[in-house]
Design a protein around this ligand. Sequence first.
Ligand SMILES: Nc1ncnc2c1ncn2[C@@H]1O[C@H](COP(=O)(O)OP(=O)(O)OP(=O)(O)O)[C@@H](O)[C@H]1O
Length: 315
Amino acid sequence: MTINNFRTQQRPDSGINEQNDERINASEQGTISTNPKPNVSVKDDDADSNCSANSHNLADNHTVLSLQNVKVASRLSVEGLRAKKGECVHIIGPNGAGKSTLLLTLAGLIEADEGNVMLLGKPMSDWSLATLANVRTLLAQQSESGFHLSVKEYLSFYATAQQDELIPPVLEKALEISGFLNKILTQLSGGERQRVEICRSLLQIWPQLERGEGIAFLDEPLQGLDIRHQYALASLVKFLCDKGNTLLMTSHDIALSANYCDSLWLMQKGCMVAFGKPQEVATQTNLESVFECHFAISKHDNFLEIQVCAPISLE
Ligand SMILES: Nc1ncnc2c1ncn2[C@@H]1O[C@H](COP(=O)(O)OP(=O)(O)OP(=O)(O)O)[C@@H](O)[C@H]1O
């Protein structure tokens, strides 16, 4: 298949990025074994429910995304959350906590069994996937394309005709892709590949991101990146949010997330156990309870330092 033929058919990864253009029905296996009893301090007063940080007031014009009483099979149960325009949200929690499930539900790719998910004031069920693709973008985990294309060919599917450069300068600065534009996708290293996928996902809605009207969901974008590119990506995400875009990303780097987000969402066993300002959520009590290991937290030059400070016992 030639590139031109290909272009008229579909974007090369459309089957991956939009999950075969079908919303996943939530009634699948997978269990949350027990309701978590997070011995954590959530910032709201009435936190008696095992599985709830409190609902935000959702009646706010600046709300881009919100959900209420959402349940996804036995994988996710969240009472109320919202993301405001320009907000940079990082979602943390142990493996299997429900971070990806929440992200995909908010992105409209998993249909909730119960509850309401609203995007820009409209119920998620009223959005077609085709329209959604123009409003928000998603970097899924394992979203690598296996096509025999060069990086340049691959990214050109996502660039708009109005773009002066294939890769806008700010993306190039953070992701540094131009050095391997002519390489074939399958011949890139894992981290290079991830940088291309991040670029691809942002190019998909670049005009909206430039106007400060974009919404992006990035599932573990730091995966595979070296430390400088991790922090460059965090800066890029923050930069885009400062322009008015709303970005949500999952992360396993608690320290990075706590320093680079406006709101930190902490999940455990399918539930949101705390959310809000990073220094209020990434507390020693919360982190030790959820991750079941010892943390040392300190602040230097306004930078939160968070590290595991004792070996994990295997006995
Ligand atoms: N397609 C699926 N069908 C059924 N259950 C699933 C499916 N995908 C994930 N699960 C289950 O849902 C729960 C939450 O998974 P999810 O991928 O959202 O966690 P996560 O916090 O993103 O984890 P990780 O940090 O490992 O990526 C887990 O118990 C998982 O086994």
